[in-house]
Design a protein around this ligand. Structure first.
Ligand SMILES: *[C@@H]1O[C@H](CO)[C@@H](O)[C@H](O)[C@H]1NC(C)=O
Ligand SMILES: [Cu+2]
Length: 238
């Protein structure tokens, strides 16, 4: 094959290999595709960490609003369900060559249906990077698209945006080469003790284009290298 043909084939497979957080499983119930989640129809990434669209996605992957809010009990695990497209099944989550970290954030809001998510108020509640030779994205793929997210027991009750995120680093050796995928679910937390006040951060703002976890040639690393997960520290209940 000519190099140009190989490159075209690689580009085509990469373009067809993106992902969307399409469904939420909470308190044992898996809701329908796009129920309570602002999903786009196109599965493309965000690549500019300074964009307002880093919060809850947006152009060039415009999202549709949802008028639903999903009840979630504090102290339980929810699953963000990832799929290649809105129509894909559990064996088509994302191309396994999309390797990188997986994270989840919460933001307390007064109206989860309308809050844009842009700006302060976010705290990280789950993260996975690279361990035992495996990337967190591959853990999610092997788990049939389920990103397991513990909802802290100590947070206050009320409405939140739940932002689930996967990052693909196959092109991250150049600036803005990292592909960030995120959607926001609209949830109402009950059963929280409200005893903690998490330190919060702004989105955009949590990432820099040259973060060691976002500007990295993953193919030139040692098998057991120490990967630095981007973003603020993980919040845990005291
Ligand atoms: C949540 O999931 C983690 C990881 O799978 C597990 O270790 C933990 O026991 C679960 N917690 C609950 C409350 O089910
Ligand atoms: Cu992709």
């Amino acid at each position: 094959m000519k190099a140009s043909v190989v490159l075209a084939a690689i580009t085509a497979s990469a373009a067809s290999a993106h992902t969307i957080f399409t469904q939420l499983t909470a308190d044992g119930k898996t809701y329908g595709v796009s129920y309570g989640i602002r999903t786009p129809t196109y599965d493309g990434p965000q690549t500019n960490v300074n964009s307002n669209n880093m919060a809850c996605n947006g152009a060039p992957n415009p999202t549709r609003p949802s008028d639903k809010i999903i009840p979630v009990t504090a102290g339980t695990n929810v699953s963000a369900v990832w799929r290649h497209t809105l129509e894909s099944g559990p064996n088509d989550v994302m191309d396994a060559g999309h390797k990188g970290p997986v994270m989840a954030y919460l933001k307390k809001v007064s109206d989860a249906k309308t809050d844009s998510g842009v700006g302060n108020g976010w705290f990280k509640i789950q993260e996975g990077g690279y361990s035992n030779g495996k990337w967190a994205t591959n853990v999610v793929i092997d788990n049939k698209g389920n990103q397991v997210i513990p909802i802290p027991s100590c947070i206050a009750n009320g409405q939140y945006l739940l932002r689930a995120e996967m990052v693909a680093l196959h092109g991250a050796r150049s600036s803005q080469g990292a592909q960030l995928y995120m959607e926001c679910a609209q949830i109402e937390v009950t059963g929280g003790t409200g005893t903690a006040t998490p330190k919060t951060y702004s989105i955009p703002g949590i990432y820099k284009a040259n973060d060691p976890g976002l500007l990295i040639d993953i193919y030139s690393q040692k098998a057991n290298f120490q990967y630095v997960i981007p973003g603020p520290p993980l919040f845990t209940c005291p």
